[in-house]
Design a binder for this molecule. Structure first.
Ligand code: GTP
Ligand code: MG
Length: 206
């Protein structure tokens, strides 16, 4: 994949846990306090998936309606998208279709997507089978995650990276896999203002 960063965007209603998913993945952090994201932020993390090095550039923005105008720029050049809902909020799941259509209208047609049912450490109200079926129907991957306990967080980002690698390889035929050099990460703008720690979390299924 070379050293070019690969853009992944997180989408979903305000409060579903986008920033905390990124903070957990990037810095192994979680905050119980709800501080809605202002503007657009990104972090980068270099990982290796199936022997291929890839530098993910993970973008976060507020899921609030008033930021809708900046979304066109947000989607630009995204190779992957994570559509996040909160398993305790039916309306956050119902909104995914709006986010998906927005993505479809603005992102590159090659952009791969995954649905994440976040907050799976809590009792959910959203029917998981229906959520999986929805993801399937639109050729999106599906995963239940918890930014709080770290369940499936690494797996979620690794899976989207895997799908991006496969799509890029199929599209260009040029990207020769090269071994990853180190596990360096660069914090360009911390989602929750904290510093990195970087230890690996469990990725058992919920
Ligand atoms: N129990 C539980 N709470 C979570 C989880 N993820 C996030 N939260 C909580 O949900 C609230 C919102 O999380 P954020 O990550 O700020 O949500 P967001 O999607 O970034 O919200 P916006 O920036 O407004 O779009 C916070 O109080 C978090 O502590 C989770 O996996 N489990
Ligand atoms: Mg946020």
């Amino acid at each position: 994949m070379g050293d070019d960063p690969v853009k992944v965007v997180l989408l979903g209603n305000s409060g579903v846990g986008k920033s905390n998913l990124i903070a957990r993945y990037h810095a192994n952090e979680f905050s119980n306090e709800f501080m809605s994201t202002i503007g657009v932020e990104f972090v980068t993390k270099k990982i290796e998936v199936d022997g291929v090095a890839i530098r993910l550039q993970i973008w976060d923005t507020a899921g609030q309606e008033r930021y809708a105008s900046m979304m066109k720029t947000y989607y630009r050049k995204a190779k992957g998208a994570l559509l996040v809902y909160d398993v305790t909020s039916q309306s956050s799941f119902d909104s995914l279709e709006i986010w998906r259509k927005n993505l479809e209208a603005n992102a590159d047609p090659q952009c791969v997507s995954m649905v994440a049912g976040n907050k799976c450490d809590m009792e959910g109200v959203v029917d998981e089978a229906a959520a999986r079926a929805y993801a399937d129907a639109h050729s999106m991957g599906f995963m239940m995650t918890s930014a709080k306990t770290a369940q499936n967080v690494d797996t979620l980002f690794e899976e989207v990276a895997r799908r991006i690698i496969a799509t890029m390889a199929a599209g260009s035929g040029a990207a020769a896999p090269r071994p990853a050099a180190g596990g360096g990460m660069k914090l360009s703008a911390p989602p929750n203002g904290g510093s990195s720690s970087g230890s690996k979390q469990s990725s058992d299924c919920c």
